[in-house]
Design a protein around this ligand. Structure first.
Ligand code: SF4
Ligand code: SF4
Length: 221
């Protein structure tokens, strides 16, 4: 009999076949009171049943167009991740008879805290730029998730070492919004820049080219 862990291992390989750069999983129960849910006081997709498969897609700085944001459409990169999630969900249902669905991106739409999920899935560590640093790709990875009723148990992977321990903090030093007062990320200050990027793009009737300075200056690979 095929175990849930074996199906999960096959699903992670399938996700990479479908185009995900990296893939990992976290039991859903571990996200119920994850640090961001506690800090924000908002649960998002909230279940202790099953698991989340976390899908990561490399956003190559040489292909900035996949990160351009359009109102009501998001970014091409996020649509690519949604297509991978949809195909993976269908594969889990068709090949293994398991329940699976792509999780919305936004918490307000019923999404999960993707950065927490990626760290709990041992895909990377949170950097001083408040982004997940993934070995081999640095912070240039975007995430989506698929929920599935698989119960593969816990995994015991080594935690990646943080590259921030040996970096002077180029991300924080380069932020035009000074969004790291006292070394801690200030979401409101960063969002002010995001809103300005959107307003400028709307005025030009073009997709928004959001600030990625703290991501692109990071030397971590
Ligand atoms: S620039 Fe340096 S401190 Fe900032 S996230 Fe990258 S490695 Fe960490
Ligand atoms: S995205 Fe831009 S404004 Fe926001 S924290 Fe990073 S560098 Fe600062």
């Amino acid at each position: 009999m095929t175990t849930d862990r074996q199906i999960m291992d096959a699903a992670l390989a399938k996700a990479r076949d479908l185009g995900a750069t990296v893939a990992g999983f976290v039991p859903a129960a571990r996200l119920v009171a994850c640090p961001s849910a506690v800090a924000e006081g908002r649960a998002g997709f909230h279940t202790a049943r099953g698991s989340f498969i976390v899908l990561g897609l490399y956003h190559d700085p040489e292909r900035p167009e996949i990160d351009l944001w359009e109102k009501d459409r998001g970014t091409p990169g996020d649509r690519m991740l949604a297509r991978i999630g949809g195909a993976l969900s269908r594969w889990l249902a068709d090949e293994h008879g398991r329940a699976a669905e792509t999780v919305p991106y936004q918490i307000t739409d019923g999404g999960i805290y993707l950065k927490d999920a990626a760290v709990l899935a041992d895909l990377g560590t949170i950097g001083r730029n408040n982004l997940v640093i993934v070995p081999g790709y640095g912070p240039r990875i975007r995430f989506r998730a698929v929920w599935t009723d698989l119960e593969p148990g816990e995994q015991d992977l080594p935690h990646p070492e943080s590259p921030c321990n040996r970096c002077p903090g180029y991300c924080q030093l380069s932020c035009p919004q000074h969004a790291f007062p006292n070394g801690r990320y200030d979401r409101a200050a960063c969002l002010a820049r995001t809103d300005a990027d959107k307003a400028r793009a709307a005025g030009q009737a073009s997709p928004a080219d959001h600030c990625r300075i703290c991501e692109l200056v990071c030397p971590a690979r």
